[in-house]
Design a protein around this ligand. Structure first.
Ligand code: HEM
Ligand SMILES: *[C@@H]1O[C@H](CO)[C@@H](O)[C@H](O)[C@H]1NC(C)=O
Ligand SMILES: *[C@@H]1O[C@H](CO)[C@@H](O)[C@H](O)[C@H]1NC(C)=O
Ligand SMILES: *[C@@H]1O[C@H](CO)[C@@H](O)[C@H](O)[C@H]1NC(C)=O
Ligand SMILES: *[C@@H]1O[C@H](CO)[C@@H](O)[C@H](O)[C@H]1NC(C)=O
Ligand SMILES: *[C@@H]1O[C@H](CO)[C@@H](O)[C@H](O)[C@H]1NC(C)=O
Ligand SMILES: *[C@@H]1O[C@H](CO)[C@@H](O)[C@H](O)[C@H]1NC(C)=O
Length: 523
């Protein structure tokens, strides 16, 4: 009996070894073919694809050398590229070629000049169609229709609303800090703040308010609004489940949700209820479309599509839902991440924090609140945002695809079905674009009149397919950082490990490896 099982195990092991060897040899063949087309390109054949779950979950011991080390993403910065001629290398597996680009000119060519050739590999994005197709998950003419309707809703009117909401929510956040004060040695009030939690909540509240017109209560304050009626859980609870559990929802087979396991049932309820809230928000937006001047994104989106008669200019109800969902997803963790990194970087650099305060005082004079029109003058605030995103790009890779064409790119030629990833982490640390001090936090590099070529900077992607919420995020970040700086100085708590406080990890977007806590002190 034991002998038979051992035989079976041995047979399976031998079979997988042979299969693996075969797959590896095919990968080598693919690599050689690519190298023949591109003699100067650095090419690595591997058995396990970099995007494989085994690799992403770090399940492959490094010594096995059968996969590309995981640090080709953010951890390695430009390291992986300095063996290359010009910031481009390729990884070949048995059935896939994946090209990594950290070259400024070539990145720009892909994103801007030739965006119609280098397409989004939308076959990878189906998981984002939870509530319907949306601007992120479509290409070609279908994408143009979504973009044409969605882009104008990110208007100056909406940006002003983002500014207004940011102030209101910041004040709620400050009030919650004030409840837990400690008196510092100099007699001033100090607050130990779970900065990661609060930035996530802040960003969620801003998007909820400026995209949907729904004000969600800060922290655990109960939601007694009329909007809550008829739902099993509050909008905020459903929103939190959707944004925090999406990665499990999309990979778990739906039949599992039939089992009475609390976590699964809660998850299902969260996704179901969120869908119902979206239906309701869209219905309300339709009802109010004729009355008021719309301001929030969804009212504008709904109104735009109701006033049009031609099918090329409207979004279906399911597409409206899909886009609402994707706005939250795209706009929440990204902005919250930059805020966390920027605050931590400034805690480590008190001199920059001081300079920031000086600029704000100079622009605002005696005023204690930045007006919307002031934001354009706050160059150092924006430089801090930019420098934080350069060092910690929330989106570390922008995937593209050659689809059915053979495409040239600079000195290279790539066959159909090649994946091409603009590696923002590599790009943002590329010494050719940023010089030798790319590991230093220097917001000043964005202030200089001879600021380095912007083509080495793409936190929002660029070109027609770039981030539609860029200004939204800038207004939100700048308003909050200005308000914080006006009222507080901040430092790392004494018990925090300075060496690791900036460690980052990539779970969809880039975020601090362990939640950041900071000490804020009243000015
Ligand atoms: C600092 C914050 C943000 C960063 C770093 C960021 C970054 C990006 C990047 C890199 C892309 C291109 C993705 C790709 O091509 O694969 C993108 C697209 C997009 N972003 Fe953002 N984003 C931010 C905030 C926002 C906000 C606040 C919203 C909405 C409220 C938003 C909505 C979108 C949408 C809808 C797209 C898809 C555009 C299209 O495909 O036409 N983003 N963003
Ligand atoms: C990335 O992985 C390679 C190979 O395992 C290793 O030599 C290198 O030191 C790593 N780099 C970083 C920044 O972790
Ligand atoms: C690439 O450059 C970085 C920074 O200069 C260095 O630490 C690293 O060892 C280099 N890697 C290789 C493979 O040369
Ligand atoms: C490529 O091969 C891997 C491993 O055999 C497989 O999981 C994956 O689905 C294949 N992908 C394509 C696009 O054929
Ligand atoms: C911060 O988070 C920790 C762990 O979740 C919690 O114990 C602590 O009370 C929080 N502190 C504040 C000030 O909210
Ligand atoms: C922030 O500072 C201004 C004065 O600069 C003050 O009017 C405002 O009340 C302060 N807000 C908080 C929450 O401390
Ligand atoms: C920050 O970067 C954006 C591009 O994302 C650019 O439009 C803006 O001018 C930059 N701001 C500064 C102060 O450099």
């Amino acid at each position: 009996m034991l002998y038979t099982s051992l035989k079976a195990v041995a047979a399976v092991t031998a079979l997988s070894a042979v299969t693996s060897l075969g797959m590896y040899l095919v990968a080598c063949q693919r690599a050689r073919a690519l190298k023949r087309m591109n003699p100067t390109l650095t090419v690595y054949p591997v058995l396990i694809a970099p995007s494989s779950l085994l690799n992403l979950l770090n399940l492959i011991p490094r010594w096995m050398k059968i996969s590309f080390p995981k640090n080709w993403t953010f951890d390695g910065k430009y390291d992986r590229f300095n063996e290359t001629k010009d910031g481009v290398f390729a990884i070949c597996t048995v059935n896939q070629t994946n090209v990594q680009v950290a070259n400024p000119e070539l990145s720009k060519e892909i994103m801007v000049n030739r965006y119609k050739e280098f397409l989004k590999p939308i076959q990878l994005y189906g998981v984002l169609d939870v509530y319907g197709k949306n601007i992120v998950t479509v290409e070609g003419n279908e994408w143009r229709r979504h973009r044409k309707i969605a882009a104008p809703t990110f208007s100056e009117q909406n940006n002003a609303l983002v500014h207004e909401s940011s102030i209101q929510i910041a004040n709620q956040m400050f009030a919650s800090w004030e409840k837990n004060s400690i008196t510092a040695k100099d007699g001033k009030q100090s607050y130990r703040v779970n900065t990661s939690d609060d930035m996530m909540e802040f960003a969620l509240s801003v998007i909820s308010s400026a995209a949907f017109g729904i004000d969600i209560p800060w922290h655990t304050e109960p939601d007694n609004s009329e909007f809550r009626q008829g739902h099993q859980i509050s909008f905020k609870q459903s929103l939190e489940i959707v944004v925090n559990r999406l990665q499990y929802w999309v990979i778990t087979p739906k039949f599992l949700y039939l089992f009475p396991i609390k976590y699964l049932q809660e998850t299902k309820q969260g996704f179901d209820e969120f869908g119902k809230y979206l239906d309701r928000i869209i219905d309300d937006a339709e009802d109010s479309a004729s009355e008021e001047t719309p301001k929030n994104l969804l009212q504008m989106l709904t109104k735009a599509t109701m006033s049009e008669k031609s099918p090329e200019s409207i979004l279906s109800k399911s597409e409206l839902k899909g886009n609402s969902f994707v706005f939250i997803l795209a706009g929440h963790e990204t902005t919250a991440g930059v805020l966390q990194f920027a605050l931590t970087l400034l805690a480590l650099h008190p001199e920059k924090q001081h300079k920031l305060f000086q600029e704000i005082r100079q622009v605002l004079g005696d005023s204690s609140i930045p007006e919307y029109k002031d934001l354009a003058k706050l160059k150092y605030v924006q430089s801090i945002m930019n420098e934080s995103m350069r060092m910690f790009p929330p989106v570390t890779g922008i995937p593209k695809y050659t689809a059915t064409q053979t495409l040239s790119l600079g000195p290279y030629v790539f066959p159909p079905k090649t994946f091409i990833n603009i590696n923002t982490a590599g790009l943002h640390y590329n010494p050719a674009a940023w010089g030798g001090d790319s590991f230093e936090f220097k917001p000043e590099r964005f202030m200089a009149s001879d600021a380095p070529s912007r083509s080495g900077f793409a936190p929002f992607s660029e070109g027609p397919r770039g981030c539609v919420g860029k200004k939204f995020a800038q207004v939100e970040f700048m308003t909050l950082l200005t308000l914080i700086s006006l009222n507080y100085t901040w430092t790392l708590p004494e018990d925090v490990d300075v060496a690791h406080v900036l460690d980052a990890t990539q779970i969809i977007t880039l975020k601090p490896k362990t939640p950041v806590e900071l000490m804020f002190k009243r000015r």
